[in-house]
Design a protein around this ligand. Structure first.
Ligand code: ASP
Ligand code: MG
Length: 446
């Protein structure tokens, strides 16, 4: 079996959905399972509608229009969305009455995008002669924890989904992004979560491949918005793509590879606008032809510096610090320590004030916003002596100051902290030094 996941742009209008039908038809001999996102822009629209309802304003018209246009262009019956729009209207009414929009309610509101889109897509597939059935992932057993806005599947989801999906007649068209917790409340897996749904489902059915159909040619050497001549990569390893998904952010949801790694399922990133190009395949192991594969970045970070003379020769100090961050549910991205200080980065200031207050009782703490991590990714880095000097040489030439450095023990990633203002320059400089066709490719040592 094969999982075909179509992102928001790939199901963004009637024309794209016709392409989706062609791709599904070609995949029929491999028994495809479709996982779909909401039509492009709909999730954002839903989040706005939730906020507006909180302030007493309810207007379903733009959302109805957005869907109606696609439905009419495809010539499928308008009834596909009837019940869902009523349910959404009731929900928004409820929000405006109780004047409360909790993370749980937000997820419920956001879920309508995928629930609407799969019904339209399945109806169109059926009309195009491909027997298909729209299903909500939670009805197949995608049970998650109750971490609304960033839920994760529970282990038992695997088996349940395995049986349920195999029992569906025709091509299942399954909602990405959503699940349900054990209380029966709808959860979401976080923005871009449909990628994660696709691999969760792929792992559950033991798919031979998970295809992520998107609007770029694959995983690129860097963000093409910063470097227009960035190129797609043929192959990446799970470890490389995992680092990039986390730090580069743009192509895959950061957790996407976890289920794929667990079951060793290749993930292929493809372009719906250019179905003939071969995309990037992400596998357990790939031959190392280039030392560096890609330059990623993660912007809008906070740098927290904790200084204490008490740290010197004391055990338990780190434990204390991390206990505080843990209790406030603050996720740490990067860490560097010296004898008397610890520097850390995080991407959100939610709860940060309280954590800093507590930390200030045991150390001097400063928080600086406006930071970014640049990461240089490649399995070959661990075998190369040249990468660090090339990296710092390139940044030196552009007068970019590096505030923190980290290279983990897996050594797939060299991460650097810089000011946000330097991101574009740094990414361009690094891309030039590693991917300029004029320059020789750096060989990996054996
Ligand atoms: N529709 C959701 C979002 O916009 C999930 C996804 O597209 O993967 O984030
Ligand atoms: Mg996406």
């Amino acid at each position: 079996m094969l999982v075909l996941k179509f992102g928001g742009t790939s199901v963004g209008d009637a024309e794209r959905i016709r392409t989706v039908a062609d791709l599904v038809r070609q995949a029929l001999p491999k028994r495809p399972v479709v996982v779909a996102s909401a039509h492009k822009g709909v999730t954002d629209m839903l989040f706005r509608m939730g906020q507006e309802a909180l302030h007493g304003k309810i207007n379903l018209e733009p959302l109805r229009e957005r869907h109606l246009k696609i439905i009419r262009d495809l010539g499928v019956p308008e009834t596909v969305m009837e019940n869902l729009l009523d349910e959404l209207a009731n929900l928004l009414q409820g929000i405006s009455m109780v004047k409360e929009l909790t993370p749980r309610t937000k997820d419920y509101v956001a879920s309508f995008g995928e629930r609407l889109s799969v019904r339209t897509i399945a109806a169109y597939l059926a009309q195009a002669g491909i027997p298909a059935k729209a299903v909500d992932a939670f009805d197949l057993g995608l049970i998650t924890d109750s971490n609304f806005g960033a839920a994760n599947p529970l282990p038992e989801a695997d088996q349940i989904m395995h049986w349920n999906i195999r029992r569906i007649e025709g091509v299942p068209v399954i909602t990405g992004y959503v699940g349900k917790d054990k209380n029966g409340d709808i959860t979401t897996l976080g923005r871009n979560g449909s990628d994660y749904s696709a691999t969760i489902i792929g792992a559950a059915i033991g798919a031979e491949e998970v295809q992520i159909w998107t609007d770029v040619d694959g995983v690129m050497t860097t963000d093409p918005d910063i470097v227009p001549h960035a190129r797609p990569l043929d192959q990446m390893s799970f470890a490389e793509a995992g680092e990039l998904a986390y730090y580069g952010g743009r192509v895959l949801h950061p957790s996407t590879l976890i289920p794929a790694i667990r079951k060793d399922i290749p993930v292929r990133v493809l372009n719906t606008f250019k179905p003939e190009s071969k995309g990037t395949v992400i596998l357990r192991q790939t031959p190392i032809k280039q030392v560096v594969k890609s330059i990623g970045y993660k912007d809008d970070l906070f740098l927290i510096t904790i200084v204490s003379t008490r740290m010197l020769m004391h055990y338990g100090f780190m434990a204390k610090i991390f206990e505080i961050f843990g209790r406030h549910r603050i996720v740490i991205d990067m860490i560097a320590t010296s004898e008397v200080s610890v520097s850390l980065t995080t991407d959100s200031d939610v709860n940060l004030d309280q954590a800093v207050k507590e930390l200030s009782q045991i150390a001097e703490v400063t928080v600086e916003p406006g930071k970014a991590i640049i990461c240089v990714v490649g399995e070959g880095i661990k075998r190369s002596l040249e990468v660090p000097s090339l990296v710092f040489g390139a940044l030196r030439e552009r007068n970019i100051k590096v505030q923190m450095i980290s290279q983990g023990s897996t050594q797939v990633n060299l991460a650097l902290l810089v000011d946000s203002a330097n991101v574009v320059d740094a990414v361009q400089a690094l891309h030039d030094s590693f991917f300029d066709v004029q320059k020789p490719v750096i060989p990996a040592l054996p």
